[in-house]
Design a protein around this ligand. Structure first.
Ligand SMILES: [Fe+2]
Ligand SMILES: [Fe+2]
Length: 250
């Protein structure tokens, strides 16, 4: 039975429970709120726990992580918490839009707490990336490799951006095997209403696609480069408004 890890988990739960209870008492101005007790807890429980981990747990984990673990796994855990906070904030803001009176005040308070928690998480998360990851990137990757990382992040960002007016969707064909790309792009174009468009994301200049479209859908599509490499190409491809009925004409 994993008694040691169980003991550590239980201790974590106890630490977190004490902290959140004390915070709740203080926030509510309850008589049992005791700022001095909070300070004592922080110094005699929380800090020694962190020091103990640095001296004993982390040195034991370090080689295990190299051999069996994934060094960035802890950062991904941060991201899942980040997503969860965003989900809860969305939900609270949505409820706030129709709430009134006491419910509104409660929701405001909830929103404030969530945003502060998100802020604290984000502050530590960004600091970890900047102190630990970026120096490694600068020291061990070539300028071109660093640029590729940046371009990839940029593409992920633009791919998740809200669609512009009339832009139906984003089609990222990079993960697809090349033979599947053109048929899917044609299918997407054909599914558009006249005047609508989608954004194609590709890992090379889709010039051959342009010629194929020009040949097979002449006058029926629009083509606008939004980004032209060197790693990512983004093209807004649209369906020409006035061509809608022509396909049914003999
Ligand atoms: Fe811990
Ligand atoms: Fe991050």
């Amino acid at each position: 039975m994993p008694k040691v890890s169980e003991a550590i988990r239980r201790h974590h739960q106890a630490l977190f429970h004490t902290l959140t209870t004390q915070i709740a008492h203080l926030a509510a101005g309850r008589p049992e709120a005791d700022p001095a007790a909070l300070v004592t807890f922080l110094h005699t429980e929380l800090l020694p726990h962190a020091v103990g981990e640095e001296h004993h747990l982390y040195p034991a984990i370090e080689p295990l992580l190299k051999a069996h673990g994934e060094a960035t796994a802890t950062m991904r855990v941060d991201h899942t918490f980040l997503e969860e906070y965003i989900r809860q904030i969305d939900h609270t803001v949505q409820k706030l839009s129709t709430a009134a009176g006491e419910e509104r005040a409660t929701l405001h308070h909830q929103l404030q707490r969530l945003t502060w928690q998100l802020e604290a998480l984000l502050r530590v998360h960004l600091e970890k990336e900047e102190r630990i990851y970026l120096p490694l990137l600068e020291q061990y990757l070539s300028a071109a490799e660093q640029q590729r990382v940046l371009e990839g992040m940029h593409a992920a960002y633009t791919a998740s951006a809200p669609a512009e007016e009339g832009t139906k969707t984003t089609l990222d064909v990079r993960p697809l095997p090349p033979p599947q790309r053109h048929p899917l792009i044609f299918q997407t174009l054909d599914s558009l209403q006249p005047g609508e468009s989608f954004i194609l994301i590709n890992d090379h200049d889709p010039k051959p696609l342009y010629y194929q479209l020009h040949h097979e859908r002449e006058g029926q599509f629009t083509w606008e480069y939004l980004e032209q490499g060197p790693v990512v190409w983004r093209v807004r491809i649209g369906r020409t408004p006035e061509q809608k009925e022509e396909t049914s004409c003999p």
